[in-house]
Design a binder for this molecule. Structure first.
Ligand code: LRH
Ligand code: MN
Length: 424
């Protein structure tokens, strides 16, 4: 389903005056509006191909209807999101959940929808039908060289799919680990994993990056072989300069200081990108900014400071991706809210008075340092983010247009109420 441009303009007309007064009020105290609007325009968030249907847990999954039945329909759905918010201009594929059977057709369809292909994701955490060797006891860590080779070959196959689509990065998340003390020799598991990653690394085209995604626990509940930022950094440093760490916000132990981790990985030039989501307990994969919006702001504050310190391009030098699961929300509404939260938080981080913050830090003026950060966090920047959308042909209020156009009802009519999208 596509939403006609004139429908978006019509909706925009109905709230234009209110938007204009809010925008004028906001930018009265913002010195570098044009620069911020350009940065918001350039900043594109990749939508995961595995999060366009209803997610679930081991306790149940409650399908919402109208889910995409194939990759073409997933690209259409992301195209619809991008038409509404002009900030979802990329798709991140998960193999084999979303194999591009006809790559040139898929690439053309994505281009028609204004979409590029961000990081490819391999999957050695499930056994596929007809798969020769099981990953029950791991993949790249496995004691059996043949299982490790199967995992290596799969990752090399994923790179090939990505090359056909114009992707330039591979995310490797390994569920490998152990559930009980004594089950695993940690040193051998690390070395097996490193040797396996080195074979995949050797197959990377020159322009590609490899993102090593870490996670504290689940599905293994005693140890994880890429269990935290330190282990991921160890792998990425030993692999070479095309290897980076990937920070999934839900993959940390409770109360971890993620913004400090981000600052240090950025400083080391080993931060590759993000899987944005939010969580209260474990890897809950909830809507971005729905539980801990201030933590997200503190992370973006470190990103802007750290990227500017290294003269990095905000939009293109890191991988900006969402990784979420929608158990109770309409998947497309959930993704619209997540992208909105990311854009709002980025805009707030761009408003931080860096000069005043450095001054306060140099004077150990702790109170002023907090005031500077919270001045930006407490600034309602929604009109700034909306203005960037408006100038790029998007909707002032994407969610309102999505609902006014009864998109989900259309998709259920077109696809049926029982369709199940591939993915988590
Ligand atoms: C693991 C993870 C990983 C994906 C999967 C869908 O928890 O975050 O990034 O491969 O979710
Ligand atoms: Mn992830």
């Amino acid at each position: 389903m596509t939403i006609e441009r004139y429908k978006i303009e019509e909706q925009n007309q109905s709230s234009l005056n209110q938007h204009q007064s809010r925008f004028n009020f906001l930018v009265a105290d913002v010195p570098n509006v044009a620069e911020i609007l350009q940065k918001l325009t350039d900043f594109q968030v990749a939508i995961p191909s595995w999060a366009l249907g209803t997610g679930g847990t081991r306790f149940g999954r409650f399908a919402g209807g109208g889910e995409p039945r194939n990759l073409e329909e997933k690209i259409e759905d992301i195209g619809l999101l991008h038409a509404l918010n002009t900030s979802s201009g990329a798709i991140s594929l998960h193999i084999p959940w979303d194999i591009p059977e006809n790559a040139s057709h898929i690439k053309a369809l994505a281009a028609q929808n204004g979409l590029k292909f961000d990081a490819m994701n391999s999957n050695t955490f499930q056994d596929q039908p007809g798969q020769e060797l099981s990953y029950k006891f791991g993949s790249m860590q496995h004691v059996d060289k043949a299982v490790r080779k199967q995992a290596i070959d799969h990752n090399i196959e994923v790179i090939k799919y990505g090359m056909e689509l114009g992707s330039e990065s591979l995310t490797v998340w390994l569920s490998d680990g152990s559930c009980f003390p004594g089950q695993l020799n940690f040193r051998k598991a690390f070395q097996n994993t490193l040797e396996s990653l080195q074979e995949v690394y050797a197959a990377l085209p020159d322009s590609w990056k490899m993102f090593v995604e870490y996670k504290a626990f689940e599905p293994n509940f005693y140890s994880t072989t890429v269990g935290d930022w330190g282990q991921s950094l160890l792998y990425a440093s030993k692999l070479g300069n095309k290897a980076y760490t990937l920070v999934d916000l839900g993959h940390h132990l409770p109360n971890a200081n993620i913004e400090q981790i981000v600052a240090l990985l950025l400083m080391e030039g080993k931060l590759g990108g993000f899987h944005f989501n939010d969580s209260k307990y474990g890897d809950d994969d909830l809507t971005v900014g729905s539980i801990k919006p201030y933590q997200l702001f503190l992370i973006f504050n470190e990103l802007v400071e750290g990227m500017d310190a290294k003269g990095m391009n905000h939009a293109s030098d890191l991988g900006w991706m969402i990784d979420a699961s929608h158990n109770v929300k309409d998947p497309l509404e959930d993704l619209l809210q997540s992208v909105e939260a990311i854009m709002i938080t980025y805009a707030q981080a761009l408003l931080v008075d860096r000069k005043k913050l450095v001054e306060a830090q140099n004077n150990n003026d702790v109170v002023t340092a907090q005031e500077v950060l919270q001045q930006a966090f407490r600034t309602d920047v929604r009109a700034l983010v909306a203005e960037a959308r408006l100038r790029n042909g998007g909707a002032l209020n994407p969610l309102a247009v999505y609902r006014a156009e009864k998109v989900r009802a259309h998709l259920i009519k077109e696809r049926g109420s029982k369709t199940v999208a591939t993915g988590l």
